[in-house]
Design a protein around this ligand. Sequence first.
Ligand code: SF4
Length: 471
Amino acid sequence: MMGRQTGGQDQLFYAFNLEDHIPSNHLLRGINRFLDLSDLRRHLSEFYSHTGRPSIDPELMVRMLVIGYCFGIRSERRLCEEVHLNLAYRWFCQLGLEDKVPDHSTFSKNRHGRFRQSKTFRHVFETVLRRCMSEGLVGGEGFAVDASIIKADANRARSITPGEVRDWSHGDGPSRAVREYLAALEEQKPAEDDTPQAGPPNAASRTISLTDPQSQYTAAPGGPAFFAYSTNYLIDTQHGVILDVQATPAHRTAEVESTKVMVERVEQRFDLTPARLIGDMAYGAAPMLAWMVEDKGIEPHVPVWDKTQRKDDSFSISDFQWNEQADEYRCPQGHALRNERRAFKKARSHVTKADTIIYRASQSDCAACPMKSRCCPSTPMRKIARSIHEAARDVAREIAKTDAYKQSRKDRKKVEMLFAHLKRILKLDRLRLRGLSGAQDEFLLAATAQNLRRMAKRLVPGNATAGLMPA
Ligand code: SF4
């Protein structure tokens, strides 16, 4: 017999407990267990007035944003609708069935206002990271670093080309992103603490977006160029926990420099210095290796950026023997290459603008040499440019021969997997907020969400494969 639905929606009173309707293995239950925002009100207290109408609870807004970044709901308007309709989201936000959900415009006001001034997202990220540490998910031995490019919310059609002059004050006045750009141009000072790193690159020599001038015009992954920022992750390789995150323009130099900021910040805030730092060849330039080896005492598990190896059968630098005591190279014929062939009255450093020292063979030795055609066919004598950081490069070369280095190559994939997860699952392949500060806010929230998900999946039994997604 065909059944018919009985009952209706006109019942006045319900016995309803939200708690009973959230599955025990729901991802949000695990996340809720590890998200402690009890200190948030104290952190924000000086940014709220003591009089006037009570604001929306900041903890509610942060919880909603955590949902948004955990489940890839990037639109604030849609996030408010989802929290209104989804029971699990209501439960996580500690809202009752009849409680009102904040309006989407409230988010913009707080995100760009007091949350940014008070560095709330950094505070939440570090609170979650401390919990990861107390749960034993951070080993503190091996760190890995990498960067990933994320598209900015800027259309390449609205841009000016190098050399074009722009009056930024025209129209209704500059937007927030433009004001930030102009302020950064004004200051041109190095970033400190949580201020996103790297000011705008030379404005006269690059294509600039009119909507988000701090973004970088890049064609890094191939295909048509676009405006973008980079998210830089420093992770602990034991469980892939993100230790720090830094927004930079999508520019190799800024990405590499951000490593120093992140390593030093983790050292200051958490008293953690890695024994080894793992990265790809972008981090293997001589000054970076020198910083790791000489300044920080960190083992560089990084391929050396080395363009000296010749591809034809002519002699490369590796065919010459270095003698540290004598401060000279010996060529395959046994002759010396020195940086000084005569005594100068005034001592000279011999360091070039490229931070190298040039070692030269004797012209008479080379002229009579049977191997000249393989060594220096087009110059009177052989020259070798030795980096002033060559000792650090040698340390990295030696490490690259070890088994530990082979393991490090595998561990480095953990940071790449986090970027893949960021783009495919959390759907952060394009930013919604503009400016370097907007990028920093988004990257911090996304990294917080990734660490929370990691704890929920690693530490809550039954959550490893679970994780209900929003409808
Ligand atoms: S060409 Fe000069 S530097 Fe090269 S092997 Fe001969 S002597 Fe040595």
